[in-house]
Design a protein around this ligand. Structure first.
Ligand code: SF4
Length: 315
């Protein structure tokens, strides 16, 4: 509780601050990786919603990885003492262990860097890579962010993810068994996702050894397959009110211990955002989300706890 206000969700930002003793700046980095869903290995067209230029500020960056991080550290002045490079665009474990080492190790040597965050797909992890990630996690803080997007295979197929929820479950269990902090990326509002399927996604996340969940709204980005469907009226996006209602519901089914990395994503028309335009007004939209949660008494994990209590009573 802060200033008499209930903490409505378990904030990752606060967790990092408590863990390292002061605020931590996560710095997006382009590690120069590709993606099997784009290079023809699994598909050439990619996920129907994907345009990394909109999702990551560094998607087009070709600088050395260390320069990307030191540049941000210099510009941040003395506001932060701890930094986590975040390999964000594309699939950052898609390569040999040697390739991964050549990108990760220089980042870990930068003064002030206190760990590493790696975004990837659940089907881009071999035994050698698991071993290397375990080795990293034994010497520094490591967070692996896996794209799940939906806990429903039909929805995954509709958005051409080219992996299944079983791939995700397998990767999550293996990473957790190695003691690695694992995070699920989930999108609310994908084509074919009903409210029931969204709840099933939250329940799946709650049932797995996931440390955190990163949630965002479906965004329509210029040049993607979804843009065509959206322009033809085949796909709709949520208003901020609709999204907030779904998000609140989603949060109640998560485990209250799971850390919430993000409540919404943001982009701008300059970066290809077509809809919903409230995605470009992050501060106002987050204020709306927080007020909504306050007004409706939404608390992360409330239904998860209710369901667990009922199960205990019945057993
Ligand atoms: S969202 Fe990720 S997995 Fe899908 S095409 Fe884009 S980079 Fe690849």
């Amino acid at each position: 509780m802060v200033n008499g206000m209930i903490n409505r969700y378990n904030s990752y930002r606060t967790y990092l601050k408590n863990k390292f003793g002061s605020p931590v700046l996560k710095i997006p980095v382009n590690g120069g990786f590709s993606c099997p869903n784009r290079d023809g290995t699994k598909s050439s067209s990619g996920c129907t919603f994907c345009d990394n230029r909109s999702f990551s500020p560094v998607a087009l960056c070709e600088d050395e990885v260390t320069n990307q991080v030191t540049g941000v550290i210099e510009r941040s002045g003395k506001r932060f003492r701890h930094f986590i490079p975040y390999l964000q665009p594309f699939s950052n474990t898609y390569g040999s262990v040697e390739k991964l080492r050549s990108v990760y190790e220089p980042l870990l040597k930068i003064p002030g860097v206190c760990g590493l965050a790696i975004g990837t797909r659940p089907d881009c992890l071999s035994d050698d890579i698991y071993r290397y990630l375990e080795e990293i996690s034994q010497r520094t803080f490591l967070s692996v962010e896996l794209g799940l997007q939906s806990g429903d295979n039909e929805v995954l197929s509709l958005c051409n993810r080219s992996h299944t929820i079983e791939d995700f479950i397998d990767a999550t269990i293996k990473l957790a068994a190695l003691g690695i902090e694992t995070v699920a990326h989930c999108i609310i509002g994908l084509p074919g996702e009903t409210e029931e399927k969204m709840v099933a996604t939250a329940r799946l996340c709650a049932s797995l050894p996931l440390h955190g969940v990163k949630i965002h709204q479906l965004m329509i980005i210029k040049g993607t397959a979804l843009e065509t469907a959206y322009q033809q009226g085949e796909v709709a996006v949520f208003t901020l009110e609709e999204y907030t209602g779904r998000l609140g519901n989603f949060l109640t089914y998560l485990n209250p211990k799971q850390l919430i990395h993000r409540l919404m994503a943001d982009s701008t028309p300059e970066n290809g955002l077509i809809a919903p335009l409230w995605s470009a007004q992050k501060t106002q939209s987050l204020q709306f989300i927080n007020s909504f949660m306050e007004k409706h008494g939404i608390v992360q994990g409330s239904r998860f706890l209710d369901e667990n209590r009922s199960r205990q009573v019945l057993s």
